[in-house]
Write a protein that binds this ligand. Structure first.
Ligand SMILES: NC(=O)c1ccc[n+]([C@@H]2O[C@H](COP(=O)([O-])OP(=O)(O)OC[C@H]3O[C@@H](n4cnc5c(N)ncnc54)[C@H](OP(=O)(O)O)[C@@H]3O)[C@@H](O)[C@H]2O)c1
Length: 381
């Protein structure tokens, strides 16, 4: 066979050989098989993971939705946006032994403030002070006895501070009692030594008195402020009933937690107006629903609510953020209520009622026996 014949036979064989076109097809099929296998395996893994882990996905989703839904109630979703130092500042705080008050004390002490805590339980307060010192690395924490259910005790506390301090930068009126602690099982209010309803005296009258007694120290410091801690429940009452009582109990209708908290908000606005130009600003804080370890509920109804409350409550550290914000921030609106480090949308309409605010002011002066100049801005003890 000639060389020419051999070449042409080889060319013929090459033309009929299907190997090249089969390789393309096989390659295509291979890619398709690998891709679909990968797709299938991924899908199966997702299905498998989902099958066993779906409760976690659902819970995460629910937590997110629930969190968004309840954030308007519990607050604490924002951290105080400033990191203003409080070195050289003196803070007076009521109710620092537990919850939000204790968390606020730790935060402000960490920023360098001198903290003076007014507490009725000195044993518990001593332990808390050690804890605040440890956690804030600040030893400038002082406790003085204060029982807000007695005006005598409030006056003694204020006297002590006026003797020992030459100025106050922040007064935080935080302590409170709930209705469970201040009423008996038939919802009859406990009466204080001053002949007033227990909750209204602790939550409102005593803070009114304390704020006025410490004003002389507050005006001595630049950009000093009073922060009154209120609650969303203050929007519940539609009025304040100033009917005087007969017998031992004065103003028996001024009772219950929501009314006391309304008192705080009305007082905030009224005091802000009266102190206009003095340099002292007044704010109210709604810390939102807060839960902390160690909270004790004795009432069975409260105990039953506990699991539900736990779901919608924020931590004490989170709740303290708005208090610290109002104690430190420069650009705030005097007389306003703050919630979650911004102005609250939930404020009682009664706050704009001049008549009710002034009436409460006058009754408060009478009840706490403060001397005052009717038309003036100065109040003295
Ligand atoms: N927790 C919430 O969900 C919530 C919601 C809205 C608003 N707030 C407001 O936030 C503030 C702090 O609340 P919290 O839940 O942290 O309060 P809390 O744990 O019940 O603490 C109340 C504090 O007030 C003190 N106190 C009670 N009666 C007193 C008296 N007669 N004299 C002196 N101190 C007294 C307590 O001292 P002892 O250690 O001696 O009992 C305690 O330190 C309160 O004003 C409250 O109304 C709370």
């Amino acid at each position: 066979m000639s060389a020419e014949e051999t070449r042409s036979k080889t060319a013929e064989a090459g033309a009929n050989n299907p190997v090249r076109s089969m390789t393309y097809l096989e390659f295509g099929l291979l890619v398709l098989t690998v891709a679909s296998t990968l797709f299938y395996v991924t899908l199966q893994s997702i299905v498998l993971v989902y099958r066993y882990l779906y409760p976690i996905f659902i819970l995460t989703m629910l937590k997110f939705i629930w969190g968004e839904y309840t954030s308007e109630l519990r607050g604490g979703t924002r951290t105080c946006p400033n990191s203003v130092s409080m070195k050289g500042k003196t803070v007076v705080l009521t109710g620092g032994t537990t919850g939000t008050g204790r968390a606020s004390a730790i935060e402000m002490a960490s920023r360098g403030a001198r903290i003076i805590m007014g507490c009725r339980n000195l044993k518990r307060a001593g332990e808390v002070v050690e804890m605040v010192k440890r956690r804030s690395c600040n030893n400038d924490i002082v406790i003085h006895y204060l029982d807000l259910s007695s005006f005598k005790s409030v006056r003694e506390f204020a006297d002590k501070i006026r003797k020992e301090e030459n100025g106050i930068d922040v007064l935080i009126n935080n302590a409170s009692v709930s209705d469970f602690e201040s009423h008996d099982t038939h919802r009859i209010p406990h009466t204080t030594v001053d002949g007033l309803t227990h909750s209204f005296q602790v939550n409102y009258w005593s803070h009114f008195l304390l704020s006025n007694l410490l004003l002389t120290l507050l005006v001595k410091r630049p950009s000093s402020r009073i922060v009154n801690v209120t609650a969303r429940l203050h929007t519940k009452p539609t009025n304040l009933n100033f009917t005087a009582g007969n017998g031992k109990l004065r103003y028996p209708r001024l009772t219950g937690y929501p009314l006391g908290k309304l008192g705080n908000v009305l007082f905030t606005k009224e005091l802000a107006l009266r102190l206009d130009g003095s340099g002292v600003k007044v704010y109210a804080v709604d810390p939102g629903l807060t839960f902390w370890r160690g909270r004790k509920f004795t009432d069975w109804k409260a105990k039953m609510l506990l699991p539900l409350l736990w779901l919608i409550m924020s931590s004490e550290d989170a709740a303290a953020q708005t208090i610290v914000y109002c104690a430190t921030e420069k650009r705030l609106k005097n007389g306003e209520v703050y919630f979650d480090c911004r102005p609250s949308k939930y404020v009682s309409h009664l706050v704009d009622d001049d008549v009710i605010r002034e009436k409460l002011w006058d009754v408060s002066l009478e009840v706490t026996q403060l001397n005052h100049r009717k038309n003036g801005k100065t109040i003295t003890s």
